[in-house]
Design a binder for this molecule. Structure first.
Ligand code: NDP
Length: 241
């Protein structure tokens, strides 16, 4: 039976590409989203991938949602923690809700989504967890102290969880994307993109969502059992760590 994969934020942007790539490779995928019903319905009708609506910043919602996926599809063997938001501003102007909103969605969600499935993975002796961080969690970014803290936290979480579960057939890894051609990045004014952003990227272009999905496919493969606690940077050479 094909393995069951849950992708948070799996209906739009990078997550949609991850969901599609996993489904194409034969995994049984559940794509989780927060509230954009229109995008989720379009995604579902185009791909046939089942969608589930819950808030990854809410532990009880995650526990209930993951239990539903398990009863619909079977035990979760692959978890891709991709859902994320930005609420950018300089710290001296940041409101508490901007700080806590980002930390809850981008970092606390890793606990909320992983805790309900990790014991089952340990019992079954197999699991693949991929956490989508960001280049800005590695290097910091002005106006993103909340986001960078959450994304750096993803990396510390990953390394610890990887150590705790290494003997149980479970791998835990990070992908740290650079600038990817999602709607958010495409909305950046053309001259800012061409004069400021692209010159920082040695490859000379934005990344494509499929290039992140390819990294996920590589890390979740049964054959990738010796790769754990790693951070795979997919950033066109923008930073080399
Ligand atoms: P998008 O904004 O295009 O999509 C975000 C997805 O996450 C949506 O499906 C959204 O659901 C879901 N989501 C957001 N909040 C929640 C929540 N509380 N509960 C459940 N689902 C939620 O994001 P991107 O594709 O741009 O980014 C995906 C990941 O990649 C993020 O973690 C981001 O930080 C990271 N990243 C992105 C980069 C880029 O260049 N785009 C660069 C580096 C990292 P809904 O549709 O309902 O809103």
């Amino acid at each position: 039976m094909a393995r069951v994969a849950v992708v948070s934020g799996g209906t739009r942007g990078i997550g949609a590409a991850i969901s599609k790539a996993l489904a194409k490779a034969g995994y049984r995928v559940a794509a989780v989203y927060a509230g954009n019903d229109e995008a989720a319905a379009k995604f579902k009708s185009e791909t046939g991938i089942p969608v589930y609506k819950w808030d990854v910043s809410d532990y009880e919602a995650c526990a209930a949602g993951l239990a539903k996926v398990t009863s619909d599809l079977g035990p979760v063997e692959i978890l891709v923690n991709n859902a994320g938001i930005t609420r950018d501003t300089m710290l001296h102007k940041m409101k508490p809700e901007q700080w806590y909103g980002v930390i809850n969605t981008n970092l606390n969600s890793l606990f909320n989504m992983t805790r309900p499935v990790i014991e089952g993975m340990r019992e079954r002796g197999f699991g693949r967890i991929v956490n989508i961080s960001s280049i800005n969690g590695q290097k910091g970014q002005m106006g993103q102290s909340n986001y960078a803290a959450s994304k750096a936290g993803d990396i510390g979480f990953t390394k610890s969880l990887a150590q705790e579960n290494a003997k149980k057939g479970i791998t835990v890894n990070v992908i740290a994307p650079g600038y990817i051609a999602t709607e958010m990045v495409k909305a950046v004014p053309k001259d800012v993109l061409e004069k400021t952003i692209l010159p920082q990227i040695p490859v000379g272009r934005l990344g494509e969502v499929e290039e992140i999905a390819r990294g996920v496919l590589f890390l979740v493969a049964d054959e990738a059992g010796f790769i754990t606690g790693a951070t795979l940077t997919i950033n066109g050479g923008q930073i080399m760590v």
